[in-house]
Design a protein around this ligand. Sequence first.
Ligand code: NDP
Length: 383
Amino acid sequence: MEDIIKRKISVLGSTGSIGTQTLECAAHLGLTVSAITGNRNVRLLEEQARRFRPGIVAVPGDAEAAELKTALADTPVRVLSGEGGLEEAAVAGDTVVTAIMGTAGLLPTMAAIKEKKRIALANKETLVCAGHIVMAAAREHGAEVIPVDSEHSAIFQSMAGGRKNEVKRILLTASGGPFFGMKREDMVDITPEQALKHPNWTMGAKITIDSATMMNKGLEVIEAMHLFSVTPEMIKVVVHRQSIIHSMVQFCDNTVIAQLGTPDMRTPIQYALTYPRRLPSLAAEPDFADIGGMTFFDPDLDAFPCLRLALETAGRTDAAPAVMNAANEVAVELFLRKKLSFPGIYDAVAQAVAALGAGSADTIEDTLARDAEAREFIRRRYD
Ligand code: NDP
């Protein structure tokens, strides 16, 4: 317990859904918060800075940084801005929770890996766009990458049930989102308000839309491939509506080991902070009589073509995953601004992958260039 309490954490994206829950865990565990970062929500950053007294508060934009400097002038907190500021924040503690949304999380994560920090990884887009490079860097520098995503935390824990070379399959569970059971032709008029209502989880807007299109599950397949060094063929998506089983690992003797719990992100967040120890958490106990039953289905890839596209893209070593990831980020933003229809998200992303996916993404610079091209491709056509 002592060693855990001494842990100092940086929280990248502290104003978001994962970020705020991470700070709840930090308060519960009595951890020191060394740095926090946000983007636009200056008011909440100020509140968090006053409560947790981090050494650093960082934001990408100069205008937000200037506002924060004025707001925090009576405190010793250093306010930083730009990419350099986020990277300094990322290495301020011994553990960094990467809860920034989207590709913006890539460079701060790389900075923390180079400094051998423990990476509590929520930002799946980092692994989708540059998984080979990020995981190779983590191995080279000896940085631990502990998953925060609930499915990947479950897989990580279930892996302990056997040896790596005994793993036959990863069974990645999916809630199916709010439109489970619907056909693609019935989804034309879906509004952002409807898509933002997830049945089991309360999350940031982008991941909630990704859950509705099931692109989120596709991104998670790619994330799992990199985290656990498995091929995409070894990962099977299973729709499990209740989100009680967070994912499973099937071993060569067909034994399946699963991790279960109430759907509460504070469980995997806390585990990434306390691993390999477990401590009492803020999450409620599961009540199995109350849950009553658990159901399982194969995903409907015709109704949810974003998942099909991601599965087809997963094994590619060119720029296709990075292009898909960036195009999806912009397409989701345009759907939320009502410039694209719900099925239009897939159409736009598939066009970008077809046009730009064959490019090279061998280095971080290449990857960021492909990412920028994909964003521009979608904006030019639809914004
Ligand atoms: P939110 O949208 O709630 O929060 C995103 C955070 O990132 C905010 O702090 C936001 O700042 C900051 N941010 C946004 N854009 C930028 C940028 N360009 N540069 C720097 N910071 C930025 O997202 P979530 O917390 O839901 O998700 C965060 C990550 O965790 C995502 O990668 C998601 O896939 C992953 N994840 C989330 C889960 C969840 O339950 N929410 C579950 C599993 C994974 P501000 O608010 O100040 O604008």
